[in-house]
Design a protein around this ligand. Structure first.
Ligand code: NAD
Ligand code: UDP
Length: 318
């Protein structure tokens, strides 16, 4: 007999890269999971293994439209995250962040559920403060090709805090920094998935600019652990809280590591740096350490090994 679960958790964007790992984790913790997604930037593959799970339910739905369901907690992740996807239909991207957040906040209010927003380090834009602390207001171009994503998320954060001030909702805002791992799409254009699939296919790695720009890459299991812990914090803890690793690396170093770990003979080719590409990015995670008793456990080397392994299995299967 199926046991009644105490908690019904909604994960919007649950078929995506991070969302699908979050669904796995919530199910492992005993929750009942309602995954809502419109497959804008994902496919059914990420949740295929969950479709017959007795505590898992999938609903194909676009969060820019209202949603009427009964839930106890909401993780709001729906939004394309890779520049290639969020720039494909920028108006839809802003709508997803803004209207999607309004709809999910309304749902949270009606069901009296705590709600967590997957915000982003992109709210800092091309930061002039390094490493980035939560108090920094950012350096964002409001009219560039990345703005639909950056400003959409900034507006989503505004909405979360106004719902908190006006309606006393329990909100949690996580500012997620670059996350990578299994289930990234090989064609989603992000640097780790690009480099790993290129290295495995013996193609030269596409280095944008001179490769001196930095990012801090956090393995997906660590990110998911932080999201779970943030949701469990008391009402007073709202964030924003940076979730990421302080291990900073240049994109050029990342290319070298991927080539070495994938044992690839490929090289690198230089391509133009995309407009408004941030020069450096590293989170200050003091708040996450204090409020969540959390820090990333998986080193870049281990995480890349696991990602490469997953991508090689995929190549073998397909
Ligand atoms: P992803 O693109 O793999 O997942 C996003 C999911 O949201 C996809 O399954 C997509 O189909 C779904 N979606 C998009 N628009 C939707 C809509 N209107 N209605 C319903 N579903 C919709 O990206 P991800 O890397 O898993 O990112 C998940 C969340 O985390 C996003 O909100 C993203 O902004 C945030 N985030 C991710 C990173 C990262 O490095 N991966 C960094 C910062 C923030
Ligand atoms: N990048 C790169 N080659 C690629 C894809 C990305 O050099 O094939 C660079 C990109 O210009 C950026 C960094 O890698 O400086 C991270 O890009 P990604 O799209 O993964 O994340 P974001 O820029 O959103 O942090």
């Amino acid at each position: 007999m199926v046991q009644e679960s105490e908690r019904r958790v909604l994960v919007t964007g649950g078929a995506g890269f991070i969302g699908s790992h979050l669904c796995d984790r919530l199910l492992a913790d005993g929750a009942e999971v309602l995954c809502v997604d419109n497959f804008f930037s994902s496919t059914r593959k990420n949740i295929h293994h969950l479709l017959n799970h007795p505590r898992f339910e999938f609903l194909r739905h676009d969060v820019t439209f209202p949603l009427f369901v009964e839930v106890d907690q909401i993780f709001h992740l729906a939004c394309p995250a890779s520049p290639v996807h969020y720039q494909r239909d920028p108006v839809q991207t802003t709508k997803t962040s803004v209207l999607g957040s309004i709809n999910m906040l309304g749902l949270a209010r009606r069901t009296n559920s705590p709600i967590l927003l997957a915000s982003t380090s992109e709210v800092y834009g091309d930061p002039t403060v390094h490493p980035q602390v939560e108090e920094y207001w950012g350096n964002v171009n409001p009219i560039g090709p990345r703005s639909c994503y950056d400003e959409g998320k900034r507006c989503a954060e505004t909405l979360f805090f106004d719902y908190r001030r006006q309606r006393d909702l329990t909100i949690k805002v996580a500012r997620i920094f670059n996350t990578y791992g299994p289930r990234m799409r090989s064609d989603d254009g992000r640097v780790v998935s690009n480099f790993v699939s290129q290295a495995l296919n013996g193609q030269d790695l596409t280095l944008y600019g001179d490769g001196s720009q930095t990012r801090s890459f956090c393995f997906v299991d660590d990110t998911v652990e932080a999201l779970i812990r943030l949701m469990e914090t008391p009402h007073e803890v709202t964030g924003p809280i940076n979730i990421g690793t302080p291990e900073e690396t240049t994109v050029g170093e990342l290319a070298d590591r991927v080539l070495q770990l994938a044992d690839s003979d490929a090289g690198t080719i230089r391509m133009d740096l995309p407009e408004d590409d941030p020069v450096q990015r590293r989170p200050d995670i003091t708040k996450a350490i204090q409020a969540l008793d959390w820090k990333p456990e998986v080193s870049l080397e281990d995480g890349l090994r696991r990602t490469i392994e997953w991508f090689s299995d995929l190549e073998t299967v397909s």
